[in-house]
Every structure is written in C-alpha cells, then in structure tokens.
Design a protein around this ligand. Structure first.
Ligand code: PNS
Length: 164
C-alpha cells in the first residue's frame, strides 16, 4: 500500500525549506498530505487556520498535495489518512538526534509506518521558521526564504508596513 505520504510539521509559518521537501515528495509519490500540527502548548504565532491557508497558497501549483490539520500522535494521523510513509526534511546533524528519537518512537508504536528523510537543499540548510520570524520581527529581509505571501503575513503580525 502506498497511496500517499505524510509531510508533518508545525509550519509556523511554512518556509521554502518546507516547500522544497513537499515539492520533491510530490514528484516521488502519488499523493502528499501535509499534516499541520495543532499544538497550543507551542504557542504558535499563526493560528492553525492561518498556517493551513499559507500552506494551501504555497502548494496550489501541486495537484497531488492536500493540507490537513491534526492533533495528538502523528502515527494516528497517518493511519487516519491511509498513509504508511512519513517524509521529513533533514537540515543538519543537529536535526538528526530529535528526528531519530521521533522516528524510533513512531516505529515502536506503529511498525507498519516508515519514516524517510530527504536532505534539505543546501541553500535552505540554515533556514527555520523561528529564524524567519526573528528576522522579520527585527526588520530584516526574508525574500527568497519563504513562499509568496508569507513575508507579508509576518509583517502584518508584527505590525510592520509592507515595505518596512
Ligand atoms: O515542524 P516541527 O515542529 O519540527 O514538527 C514536529 C512534528 C509535528 C513532526 C512532531 O512534533 C510530531 O510528530 N508531533 C506529533 C506528536 C507525536 O506524534 N509525538 C510522538 C513522536 S515521538
């Protein structure tokens, strides 16, 4: 069974690093479900609805990608959408430890579900949603690092005008 794969994350907000992984997964597999974690304890900058809309906007050129929210365990979400493969991006060695832990715990709970990793493109290996938020918050430029619409949405959140 391999109908679709799950690309999970908090996406607060989506970056070009996330988008690169989603696009490559969409080329490799019949379908991709982007799973947006509702995690109130992380106090996201963007609401769940806003994060979903920013992703939907960024993936509208990909006709085999859908966006769904989830709470609770990732493996339960994967089972619910009928997927047995989780696809994640790996930026640097620093990502490895936590990703390894999550993959092994997920494997213990759901042996039928595999996790695979794709190396992030070199130009996005330093990129994270937190960095992007911080840069915009303090007036920096994130052009080329986030999909269209995300920088504007960030500026709005921080009360900055479009060109500030
Ligand atoms: O973008 P993020 O915040 O790095 O994504 C992390 C995410 C959403 C993939 C991870 O936190 C997750 O899978 N959360 C769901 C809860 C879960 O399944 N936990 C058990 C894994 S050991």
């Amino acid at each position: 069974m391999l109908l679709k794969v799950v690309c999970p994350g908090s996406f607060d907000p989506i970056t070009n690093g996330h988008l690169d992984i989603i696009e490559r997964a969409a080329q490799l597999f019949p379908g991709v479900v982007v799973g947006v974690l509702e995690n109130p304890s992380k106090k996201p900058l963007f609401s769940l609805q806003e994060r979903v809309e920013l992703i939907q906007n960024a993936v509208r050129h990909l006709n085999n990608v859908e966006v769904e929210c989830f709470s609770g365990l990732l493996i339960d979400f994967a089972r619910r959408v009928g997927s047995n493969l989780i696809v994640k991006g790996l930026r640097a060695i620093s990502d490895f430890e936590i990703e390894f832990q999550m993959a092994l715990n997920n494997k213990r709970m759901a042996p039928e579900i595999e996790t695979i990793f794709m190396m992030t493109k070199n130009e996005y290996s330093f990129l994270s949603s937190s960095m992007v938020k911080e840069i915009v918050h303090f007036g920096g430029d994130v052009r080329g690092l986030v999909p269209e619409g995300v920088e504007t949405a960030l500026r709005k959140k921080y009360g900055l005008s479009a060109g500030e």
